[in-house]
Design a protein. Structure first.
Length: 554
């Protein structure tokens, strides 16, 4: 059943929250299918499509039909392209439904297009399907598929972590790489969106705001607004629950945002972390821009205050030249030598006339292309005064950018003028009231009960930043116990080593006794031989004396 209480609200403080159940008509499919549904879509012919445990259910207002996938597995997600196709995401299966020449709805498999790219791998559930300007995106946990209906082209990206929400923002296709941030698609490559490195916690839904921003729902309960490269906590009106209470949402035509609070989806979205806490060592933070990273065996369970005295910054190079409405690039002003985080490369801009925003985008593309594969990248933006600012995407004291003229000797004056360089800074602050070590955006406790705990400070303000709570689950403690028993320095190893030492000692004592016995035996044997020889000599002497005595006269 796909239903639930809808809460609608205007995204500004004085608007009231509208809550309740809208008029609902209930339909029960007259099909022998398992009553578990996951998504719903409708095409321009008013045919309703339902993602079901047994396939795709269709309803034309009068009759229900079941379209099974070739592998007879469940369907998780659906998306109508606004034309003639409903795209389908299943379990190890993806494709679309369209009408054949006879007008019948038929499923078309697309999985085979990715078979060479998958190289025998499976991808499990397709959790989300999105229709974008770049093509159709199918999102699994660790695989992201792109299919172009116009060309038939297929592309696949893998991620060792997990993907989060996918969608579009100001014409850009974005995807969340959980643990890394929000990235946008640029010619088959995923690049970090300005400010996107802050968005590392699981985004499971997004809502377009009527004034151009985008609202993200985070599984930790926070509402975060992304706008023009900046991320802020969204000031939600009083009375509305945490974001994690809601399973999904939509932006309505009048600017109202509607969200659907279903307890089941909420549990599925939020309880894995609680379940993990039962078994594993986990950390949770009260500030959405402070992420728990890791801990060590020395970290003790507890809740520790976090205070930030310096946010990590990126190295920058900013020009003094206010760009005109059009800048002409040619052979005499197209080359720059760029150094990013200690690595250097030469950059050559294409000839032509550029508006300021286009020039910034072209320069960013050329620099990142020159450093492709090196792990270094930059973001190029226009300041409020109209000058170019080049910022390394790395944070901390190792982050820096420097710009010099290349072979053409005129690019610096044309693009930047006088360049001001600022090195990045490491985060600094304290955990549990004691100074912590900062490297980039990572703040690590080195003393006290919190020793070994590492946090990623992704933004926000300086000062008190809430707490980090660290706990050790049963499996973690069991693992430590087993390690203490079975490890090289563990109890069993110590007992084994002690017994082996005792055996070695006893064996040495036996060896020593055997040696002593052998020596004693040799000595006794020699003494016996000597006594035996003496006895023989004495017997001979006795016989001689007896003979002599016998010869004496009368």
């Amino acid at each position: 059943m796909i239903a639930g209480l809808l809460i609608a609200f205007q995204p500004w403080a004085h608007a009231a929250i509208l809550a309740g159940s809208p008029p609902v008509s209930r339909f029960r499919p007259d099909l022998d299918v398992y009553p578990e549904n996951f998504a719903i879509a409708e095409d321009s012919d008013a045919v309703v499509y339902v993602a079901n445990n047994d396939g795709v259910l269709t309803f034309d207002g009068g009759d229900w039909h079941l379209i099974r996938l070739p592998n007879h597995q469940l369907v998780r997600s659906l998306a109508y392209d606004g034309k003639s196709r409903v795209y389908v995401g299943g379990y190890n299966e993806l494709g679309y439904i369209a009408r054949d020449p006879a007008g019948q709805l038929v499923y078309h498999d697309l999985t085979h297009l990715f078979s060479k790219l998958l190289q025998g791998q499976t991808f499990a559930d397709i959790w989300t399907v999105k229709v974008t300007s770049a093509g159709i995106l199918f999102q699994a946990l660790q695989h992201l598929f792109l299919y172009s209906p116009s060309t038939g082209r297929a592309h696949l990206w893998r991620y060792s972590g997990r993907f989060g929400e996918i969608g579009t923002y100001h014409g850009r296709v974005f995807a969340q790489f959980r643990g890394e941030g929000l990235k946008y698609l640029d010619h088959d490559h995923w690049k970090m969106m300005p400010g996107g490195q802050v968005l590392t916690k699981h985004i499971y839904a997004d809502l377009a705001l009527p004034d151009g921003g985008i609202l993200f729902l985070i599984t930790d309960g926070s509402w975060l607004e992304y706008r023009n490269g900046e991320v802020h906590s969204f000031a939600m009106q009083a009375g509305l629950p945490a974001a994690s209470y809601f399973s999904d949402g939509a932006s309505l035509a009048d600017g109202t945002l509607a969200v659907n609070p279903t307890q089941l989806n909420n549990a599925l979205a939020t309880s894995p972390g609680d379940l993990a806490a039962i078994f594993a060592a986990v950390g949770n933070t009260s500030d959405s821009l402070v992420n728990y990273s890791s801990a060590t065996s020395r970290t003790k369970p507890g809740s520790y205050a976090v205070n930030v005295t310096q946010l990590a910054t990126r190295g920058t190079a900013q020009g003094s030249l206010v760009l005109p409405s059009s800048t002409t690039i040619g052979a005499t002003n197209n080359a720059l030598n760029v150094s990013v985080d200690g690595a250097s490369a030469s950059v050559t801009l294409g000839a032509g006339s550029y508006a300021p925003a286009a020039l910034a985008a072209a320069l960013q593309s050329k620099i990142n292309g020159a450093f492709s594969g090196s792990g270094h990248s930059v973001s190029v933006s226009l300041t409020s005064s109209g000058t170019l600012k080049i910022a390394s995407d790395q944070y901390g004291s190792a982050s820096n950018v420097s710009i010099r003229d290349g072979a053409s000797n005129g690019a610096l004056a044309t693009l930047l003028g006088t360049v001001s360089q600022t090195a990045g800074q490491d985060v600094s602050g304290s955990i549990n009231g004691m100074a912590a070590t900062g490297q980039g955006q990572t703040l690590t406790s080195t003393v006290g009960d919190s020793q070994g705990i590492s946090l990623n400070i992704l933004g926000g303000n300086t000062g008190a930043r809430g707490t980090v709570s660290y706990s050790q689950g049963a499996a973690y403690n069991l693992n430590n116990l087993i390690t203490s028993l079975l490890g090289s320095n563990g109890l069993i190893a110590s007992e084994t080593n002690g017994l082996n030492a005792s055996i070695t000692n006893v064996n040495q004592q036996i060896s020593n006794l055997n040696t002593q016995i052998a020596r004693d035996k040799s000595t006794l044997t020699q003494q016996y031989a000597q006594l035996d020889s003496m006895l023989g000599t004495m017997n001979n002497l006795s016989s001689y004396l007896t003979q002599q005595l016998a010869q004496l006269p009368g």
